[in-house]
Structure formats: structure tokens, C-alpha cells
Design a protein around this ligand. Structure first.
Ligand code: IPT
Length: 987
């Protein structure tokens, strides 16, 4: 188990379940029914049918272009998932108490509807608290001003939470499966509430009651942070669990070892047994609730990355790659964990001020679908898992069967059977400690169709074999196969395996069938058993045709991972060749296929329709082996994209707040108002933190006048700035101090102290002005439920003192300015994450219609400006070929290195949208994808960069360019996102 990555206090460890909590198979649990959804101790059922829940997590708010939600959903579906899990971010919707906005990019009803349209079930996780590496773990900024302790039964907090829940539950309620049409099958309240006091129990009781009162009728669950037995359903007989008002128990886990910040894999952990095969209940897991089925609301499918790392997303993707998936998710299934949701399926982008201090802009996560929406290799390996589950849904409800003994000590074999059908799943994995070995082994087993000695099976390293036996698939009797089922439907069976590895498939017939098999597939017939045995080596797709034998004809396709990766199932049609099949819709005698190619590709289709179109264009087909049709000519790939260079830059200085003459009379005066900050301010100091003044995101400015005196020796500041945040201090227009919070992994440093020696000028009589800018890189999450999110942001304390001893402080009359309008900011369409309080933001310099012609033209370069923040703007026309889905990013400097020697940071605005922050000397992210919809692929775009530095020539911004991150032919139509082109300026 990787160490927990926390901000603030350590996670309160809940007691590990006692020894007697050893998991047992519970065949007697009563069926509990919630409309069309029900469950017993073994599995979820939908309309009474046992259904594995094979889910992946996706956060629509991390992709602010709703048409692209459908792209992600289609890719999840095509990767074999039957369910998508959505977290919702309360703060995303609520700029101000009493206000909730579900319009535009915030239209979560649209996300749920789309998921249903794409044939996915939906699990909704509404919080109020979600964590998710979001600022405040999803709490709205204004909640930081509430003194009531969050995540308890304090009425003030409950009132706030109920506003949100009434709104989001109301949306979810309309889309439940129980109302006939909707996709929502399960609903989570709270997340990882590790505090279990009576006040927390009452809070959970409240959440359950209001959720039901809002019309949620599907089963309600909570997600236990690890395997602690927290919030198991009332009535769970397991000693040591904490009971809660939930219908099902769920937990999470991120096993399998970590990538270091340097991007090295520290491998070594085997897949844990968090259910039936758990030893001594050492880790609880599914055993905490024997009357409800094993349910992992999150199982690691990557991990997030930190400010200052060397960039670990590629490493995370490898660590949780194809073999990991087969091994870890497979081990969960055989342990009776028939509901699993991979966190993340698509991570996306923590754009604007969404990120919690632990993460930077990219939330790629090393997920199956990369941030640029391309499918990683591991997505192709998840597809057969979904295919196996679809073919044999009883896997969700299997129980341990006879112990099998492999010929090698390095191997462990799990053997499960379905009490209903007797079908078997034998999972072969390496024993812990042997994970890097390349082992060949065999075993004998009593299977439903007799006693069998397996051929030599090879298991190379971090991997598992999913051996199915005694199953009725594709209208055949499958005695066993050492390959993995990817697709099984009437008349068609696609089996895959590692390239160059041997496979064997045995099918049972009443009499000898006719077999047409290519060279390389050895066929033998055992008349005494009625067994047809096929021996082969996994490689390019080969087609075997079997007919007669007392069964409907079968086309058996055999291939390696790459061959399987190129085959897709959609709407009951199998197609091989392209990089993605989205849909296969028959209409008017035509089968309309939609999908993507990354290069000119073959196309082979199994369909009764002979007239085929691909993305609307007719494709000439000819008959091919196994009842398929094959395109006569390859279907086209994408054209390369010509991206213009960025030039015609214009620049302007953006730090007028530093100058003595700046008029701050409209700013709020700092006073002694009550606040809810967790950060203690020294006695007598005013309330400096930003939240009580209505500023919750991004940058905040403070200005104070003082009268020059001999006592003005040094300025001491305490500030809160989140991960890799910063403070800049100016005296009378001159930068006199700057501090970066050091990037510290895995626990970021979120507050700092800086003592700035005052220059002689401060001791000259007369008026002086201090101007302080704090970059707030996010409020903490509240993982421990200790109000960690209320740690102060902006200035926490400030005093101007004599050089020796703070006995006397020079009076400072502060004013504060943050985001224009505070909680009443004008740009409701871009919403809460978009803006902080930079001068240029308040003036609308980031917006496309701002007139920058008076700015200094700098051509192709971004010259260094004065200390503070300088703005650079340019306009660029794009002309991505129609019918292509590209992801275009902004790249800074040398993308081969995680960080620069130059010290500066950039807020990146594209067409007015804050698409993230580049911190040159911290890293690691240098390429920032801009989703289509935000970026206009067929016209004009405005890029505005707010660059903050000390103004030293060595810290000048590096070159900036557009890059193509992925480019496919296909994709979906993407509408531009409506948002204001200009707004009235606010000083
Ligand atoms: C768990 C959270 O439930 C989820 O919101 C997210 O933060 C995830 O992990 C990590 O990405 S937190 C748990 C691993 C301590």
C-alpha cells in the first residue's frame, strides 16, 4: 500500500478489523431490493440478473467542453466498461451561498444523460465532500467562512450541505434506473469519512435521510478510505466495524507499489486479497460486510502527480498497465469484489483553480484514457476484461472452489465457481516475491466437463491469466481456454493472449464438427469426450470456422494483444482494424460505423449488413474469412496538422498595485471581522486572510500605507499559498522580497513565513506603501475531516517591526483586493475556477475581445518585463482539418526537462479560460492541453499569459508554441463554449 498523501494532519487510522473478521462466503444473505437494483452477499443484480459492475471514474468538470464528455464516455464503453462513476464538485457549482449553477460546462444532467445514451450505468458520488485532489476537496469557497465544523452534524454546516444535496440529488433522482429510463444504479454519500464519532454518525444519518427525501431510491453507500470497516451497513455482524446508515459497504485501495517522484517504478507488491482469500482478515476489505457484495468504489488505475516531481504520469500508466489490470482487477473479482470502479478512467485537467495543493494542472493520472483523450495501451487490455465479464456475468457472484496445485511454486491459482452455473474462473498469478519471473506451469483440475491436465501455460512477470472453464458462450460449450475471452456472442468468439505465447481452447460437441483452420492452429478431436482441442500461438488474428457437431456454427478468432486491441465491439457488431469503434448503427440496409483512425487502417466487420459506411462515407467491402467483410482499400487516417507559430506577441506590465500612486480606495479595508480560519493570527492583528473578504481562488493583493520611521526595520509575514504558491512584497513600487513555498512531496508545504529586511527608504519620513501579492495555489482538501480546508490563504499575519524585537510594530492599514466582484464575480459562465485577483484579470486582459493594440509589440519573443506580473497576448488562427479530432496543447520551453533554471510562473488563458499554471522552476508540467470547444479549431483564438517573476533577465519566459498532442481522423462535433468576450473592468 502506498503511503497516504496528506495535507495537514495524518489520516486518523481506524482500527484494523479483528482476526475473527476472516472473510467468509455468505450464500445466505437475504436479497435486498431497491427497485430494479438488488443485491445479496455475492453480487449486485439489475432486474434480478447478476451483474458485475465494471466501472471507471470520470470527472466532467475536469474537461470543460461537454461535447467531449461523450467522446470519453464512448471510449470507456469501447474499452469494455459497463459503468461510469461521477464525482460531483459542489464548489464548481456554487460561487456563493444560496447559488447553484448547473448551466453550460456545469450541466451535470447532460453528463448523466449522455452516459445513459452511450449504454453505461452510472454511479453518482455527490459528497458533500469528495476529496478528489480538488481545492477544499470539493467544498465551495464560501464554506471556508463557516465556523461550524464541516462533515459533522452542526446545523449550520448541514444547512449548507442540504442546499447542495437537494440540487444535485434532484438531478440524479430524475435519472435513476428505477424510473425506467435513467442509468444511475448506485449513489454515494460522503467520501472517506474516517471520523466516526457520534456527531459523525448523526451526520451520516442526516445524509442518508435527506438523500432518500430527495427521491434517491437506488442503494446508498459510502467509500471507506482503505480497509477499516468504517460505515458498514447497520446489522453487519462483523466485530470491530463501525456501523452506518448505508445500504452497501464500499472501500477503496491503491495497491501495487508506487512510482517515485523521479518517475521510477518501485515495484514489488502483489495483488492483495481483499475478500474471500484474505488471510486472517488482516485488512478487512469486503469482509466488513458479509451481507453485501464486495465493492471497491475506487481501485487504483493510476495516481496523481505533485508539484516539483519529475513527471510520473507515464510511469503511473506503466505501473498500472496491461499486466497490472489483469492481475489486480482479476484478484479483486476472484475475491468476490464484483463491483469495481477504476480511479481514474479518464483523469483530465484540473483547469483554473480547481487543483488542491497536492496537484498541478494535469490530472492525467496515468489513466487508461490519457489527458489528451488518446487511449493508452492499458485501455486495450481492459477491453478483454469487460468482454470476459460480459460473456460470463456470473463471475461477479462466484465463490472459491477446490484448491488447485500448480506445477510451480512461483504460481498461485485461484479457482472460483458459480453456484448457479458451475462455470469456473481460474486466475493464475505469480506468488508475491515472484512477480518478475517468467514461469511456465501446468495444473490439473476437475472442471465441470471432466478432469483435465492443462498444457504448459506461460506467465511472464506482472500479469495474470484469466482461464475460463465449463461455460456456455457463443452458443458453444467451452470446456476451457487458456486464452482470454474478449468477445463472445452468438456465432462469434474472439480469444486473445500474449504475443508468441501458446494457447489452447477446448470445445465440446455431440459429434465431430467440421473445422476450417489456418496453418498454425492444430486441431484434434477426442471422440470419447466429444472434445475439439485447438492448439495455437497467439499472433496476428487467425480465423477458425467450426460447424456441425450439434451446435450452431462458430467463427473463432484467435489473436495476440495487438490483434485484440484492434478489434472493437459496438452495438452488437465486431469490427477490427481502426483505432476505435464508437457505434455501429444499422439503418435502411446500411450499417453506419463511426470511429477513429490514427493511420490508414484495414477494416473487417462481422455483420449481416453488406453496405457499410465509415464516418458517413461508403466503404467498398468484399467477403473475407469467417463470414466477415473486408474493406477493399484501407480506410483513411488523419492528415497532419499544420500549426502556426505564435508571433505578434504584445506585452504590458501588470503590477500597478505596486506603485505608490495606485488608487486602492475601492478595495476592501482589512478589519477585525470574525473568520473561520484554522490558522491562528497573533493577538491584536486584524483578519488578513482572503476568504472572509469573499476571495477564495487564485491571487490576492494587499496594500498598506505607513509612515516612515526608524522602527520600520523588517516586515514579517505569515501567509498561506497552497502547494508551490508564492508571495511577492513591494515597497513603494520596488520588489523587496519574494518567496516560493518549496515543492515538497508527497505532502506539500502550504503556508510560509518570510521576513523582509526593509530598505533604508522605509525609514525616511513620509508616506510609504507596501504591496503584497499572494498566489494561492488552492485550499487544502479535508481528508481527515478536521477542517483542514480552512487553513488560511493570503496573508495570515503581518507586522512591520524594528530590527530587534517585535515589541513595537509600525501600524499598517491594509486593504485587500482579489478576484473582481468577490463571490459576485461577473464571469459566471466560466465559473468559480477561472479567475483570481491579478490586475490583468480584473481588467479583462485575459478575455478575447480586450483591445491590446496599445500594448508593446514584441514579435516572436516574450521579453522579460519588470518585477511582478507581465502580460503577453497573441492571436492565432487554427485550421484543423474537418473530421479530425486533435488535442492541441501549449508547450513551454524545453519539454524534455521537468523544470527550467529560469524562475517564473505563468497563468495560461486561452480565449479567456484559465487553462492552468506553468511554474518553470518547479515543474513538471510543460505541455498544457486545451480542449476543443475552449480552443477554436477552425478560427481565431486569443492566448494571454500572465507571467510572474522577480524581473531578473535570467528569469525571462522561455519560448511558447502550439503542439499537437494527439490527432485522429474521426471524433465528434464539438461546439464552442459560450462565454463572454469582454467584461467591465474592476480596479
Ligand atoms: C482517495 C479519494 O477518495 C479520492 O477522492 C482521491 O483523492 C483518491 O484517493 C486519490 O486520487 S483518498 C485515499 C487514497 C487516501
Amino acid at each position: 500500500m502506498r503511503s497516504l498523501l496528506l495535507v495537514g494532519a495524518a489520516l486518523i487510522a481506524a482500527p484494523v478489523l479483528a482476526q475473527e473478521a476472516r472473510p467468509t462466503v455468505n450464500l445466505k444473505a437475504p436479497v435486498k431490493t431497491f427497485g430494479r437494483v438488488s443485491f445479496d452477499g455475492r453480487s449486485l443484480m439489475i432486474d434480478g440478473k447478476r451483474t458485475p459492475i465494471w466501472a471507471a471514474e470520470f470527472h466532467p468538470y475536469r474537461l470543460p467542453s461537454p461535447d467531449l464528455w461523450r467522446d470519453v464516455l464512448q471510449k470507456l464503453k469501447a474499452s469494455g466498461f459497463n459503468t461510469v462513476t461521477f464525482y460531483f464538485d459542489w464548489g464548481y457549482h456554487s460561487p456563493k451561498q444560496g447559488e447553484l449553477d448547473f448551466t453550460g460546462i456545469r450541466d451535470m444532467e447532460r453528463a448523466i444523460t449522455m452516459a445513459g445514451e452511450e449504454g453505461l450505468y452510472v454511479i453518482t458520488r455527490v459528497g458533500p465532500y469528495v476529496n478528489a485532489e480538488l481545492a477544499r476537496g470539493g467544498f465551495p469557497g464560501w464554506l471556508n467562512n463557516q465556523r461550524a465544523r464541516a462533515r459533522t452534524d452542526d446545523p449550520e454546516y448541514l444547512k449548507a450541505a442540504d442546499e447542495w444535496l437537494a440540487a444535485i440529488d434532484g438531478i440524479v433522482a430524475r435519472h435513476q434506473i428505477n424510473d425506467g429510463k435513467g442509468p444511475v444504479i448506485l449513489h454515494q454519500i460522503e467520501n472517506e469519512l474516517s471520523q466516526t464519532s457520534p456527531a459523525h454518525r448523526r451526520y451520516m444519518d442526516h445524509l442518508y435521510a435527506v438523500t432518500r427525501s430527495h427521491g434517491i431510491t437506488v442503494p446508498i453507500f459510502h467509500n471507506d478510505p482503505g480497509r477499516n470497516g468504517n460505515w458498514a451497513p447497520d446489522g453487519s455482524p462483523v466485530p470491530g466495524v463501525v456501523h452506518g446508515p448505508v445500504d452497501m459497504y464500499a472501500f477503496d485501495g491503491y495497491p501495487g507499489g508506487t512510482c517515485t517522484a523521479q518517475g521510477k517504478i518501485a515495484r514489488g507488491n502483489g495483488a492483495p486479497d481483499w475478500g474471500y482469500y484474505g488471510i486472517g482478515g488482516a485488512k478487512g476489505g469486503a469482509s466488513a460486510s458479509p451481507d453485501t457484495p464486495g465493492f471497491m468504489a475506487e481501485i487504483g488505475g493510476g495516481w496523481f502527480d505533485y508539484w516539483g516531481s519529475d513527471g510520473i504520469y507515464a510511469c503511473n500508466a506503466g505501473q498500472t498497465g496491461p499486466g497490472y489490470g489483469r492481475l489486480f482487477y482479476g484478484t479483486n473479482f476472484v475475491n468476490g469484489i464484483g463491483l469495481q470502479s477504476i480511479y481514474m478512467g479518464y483523469g483530465g485537467t484540473s483547469w483554473g483553480w480547481l487543483p488542491a495543493p497536492v496537484v498541478f494542472t494535469s490530472y492525467d493520472y496515468g489513466a487508461a484514457i490519457a489527458e489528451d483523450r488518446s487511449l493508452r495501451e492499458k485501455a486495450l487490455a481492459l477491453k478483454p476484461i469487460g468482454g470476459t465479464l460480459a460473456a460470463l456475468p456470473e463471475i461477479a457472484a462466484m465463490v472459491p472452489a477446490d484448491k488447485l496445485t500448480p506445477s510451480s511454486d512461483a504460481i498461485r491459482l485461484y479457482h472460483n465457481r458459480s453456484p448457479e452455473t458451475d462455470a469456473r474462473l481460474i486466475l493464475a498469478a505469480h506468488q508475491p516475491g515472484h512477480l518478475t519471473q517468467d514461469t511456465s506451469f501446468t495444473f490439473a483440475a476437475d472442471l465441470p466437463d471432466g478432469h483435465y491436465q492443462m498444457p504448459q501455460i506461460r506467465l511472464n512477470g506482472y500479469d495474470a491469466k484469466w482461464i475460463v472453464a465449463g461455460a456456455n458462450v457463443a452458443e458453444q460449450r467451452l470446456v476451457y481456454t487458456t486464452s482470454q475471452i474478449q468477445t463472445a456472442r452468438d456465432g462469434l468468439l474472439l480469444l486473445i493472449g500474449r504475443s508468441a505465447e501458446a494457447g489452447r481452447t477446448v470445445l465440446r460437441y455431440a459429434s465431430k464438427p467440421a473445422v476450417k483452420a489456418p496453418d498454425g492452429v492444430a486441431v484434434s478431436w477426442d471422440a470419447s469426450r466429444g472434445d475439439l482441442t485447438l492448439d495455437y500461438t497467439h499472433g496476428a488474428l487467425s480465423t477458425v470456422e467450426i460447424s456441425g457437431g450439434g451446435r450452431p456454427a462458430l467463427t473463432l478468432l484467435l489473436g495476440d494483444d495487438a490483434a485484440g486491441g484492434a478489434c472493437w465491439d459496438a452495438d452488437g457488431v465486431l469490427a477490427c482494424g481502426p483505432a476505435l469503434l464508437r457505434h455501429a448503427r444499422a439503418k435502411g440496409g446500411i450499417l453506419a460505423l463511426t470511429g477513429d483512425t490514427v493511420a490508414a487502417s484495414p477494416l473487417r466487420v462481422w455483420s449481416k449488413q453488406t453496405r457499410i459506411t465509415w464516418n458517413g462515407a461508403p466503404v467498398a467491402m468484399k467477403p473475407a474469412a469467417g463470414g466477415s467483410l473486408e474493406a477493399i482499400a484501407p480506410i483513411p487516417g488523419p492528415a497532419p496538422i499544420a500549426l502556426p507559430a505564435l508571433n505578434n506577441w504584445r506585452m504590458a506590465e501588470g503590477t500597478p498595485e505596486a506603485t505608490p500612486t495606485f488608487d486602492d480606495s475601492a478595495w476592501q479595508a482589512i478589519d477585525h471581522r470574525a473568520d473561520a480560519s484554522q490558522s491562528q493570527k497573533p493577538a491584536g492583528q486584524p483578519t488578513l486572510t482572503m476568504d472572509p473578504y469573499g476571495f477564495h481562488e487564485g491571487d490576492v493583493w494587499y496594500r498598506a500605507h505607513f509612515v516612515g520611521s526608524a522602527d520600520a526595520g523588517r516586515l514579517s509575514l505569515t501567509y498561506g499559498a497552497g502547494g508551490a504558491g508564492m508571495v511577492q512584497v513591494f515597497l513603494d513600487g520596488r520588489l523587496i522580497g519574494q518567496q516560493d513555498l518549496p515543492a515538497a512531496m508527497p505532502r506539500p508545504i502550504t503556508t510560509g513565513n518570510i521576513t523582509v529586511p526593509m530598505p533604508d527608504a522605509a525609514r525616511v519620513a513620509g508616506d510609504h506603501v507596501l504591496s503584497v501579492m499572494v498566489r494561492n495555489n488552492g485550499h487544502n482538501w479535508d481528508l481527515t475531516a478536521m477542517d483542514e480546508h480552512k487553513e488560511g490563504r493570503g496573508l495570515i499575519a503581518a507586522s512591520l517591526e524594528p530590527l530587534t524585537g517585535p515589541a513595537f510594530a509600525v501600524p499598517l492599514n491594509w486593504r485587500i483586493q482579489g478576484r473582481a466582484g468577490g463571490e459576485d464575480f461577473a464571469d459566471r459562465m466560466r465559473g468559480t475556477p477561472n479567475n483570481g485577483g491579478q490586475y490583468g484579470e480584473r481588467m479583462g486582459w485575459h478575455l478575447p475581445a480586450f483591445d491590446d493594440h496599445a500594448w508593446r509589440a514584441t514579435g516572436t519573443t516574450l521579453p522579460q518585463g519588470a518585477a511582478g506580473t507581465n502580460w503577453y497576448r497573441t492571436h492565432v488562427m487554427l485550421n484543423v482539418p474537418r473530421g479530425q479530432d486533435a488535442t492541441i496543447g501549449l508547450a513551454f520551453g524545453d519539454t524534455a526537462r521537468p523544470r527550467s533554471a529560469a524562475q517564473y510562473r505563468v497563468l495560461i488563458f486561452v480565449n479567456g479560460w484559465n487553462m492552468g499554471q506553468f511554474i518553470a522552476h518547479v515543474g513538471p508540467q510543460r505541455v498544457f492541453p486545451i480542449p476543443e470547444g475552449i480552443l477554436n479549431h477552425h478560427g481565431a483564438n486569443t492566448i494571454a499569459l500572465a507571467v510572474t517573476s522577480d524581473g531578473a533577465p535570467a528569469n525571462a519566459p522561455e519560448n511558447v508554441r502550439l503542439v499537437t498532442m494527439q490527432n485522429r481522423r474521426g471524433g465528434l462535433e464539438v461546439a464552442p463554449i459560450a462565454a463572454p468576450a469582454s467584461l467591465a473592468p474592476t480596479h
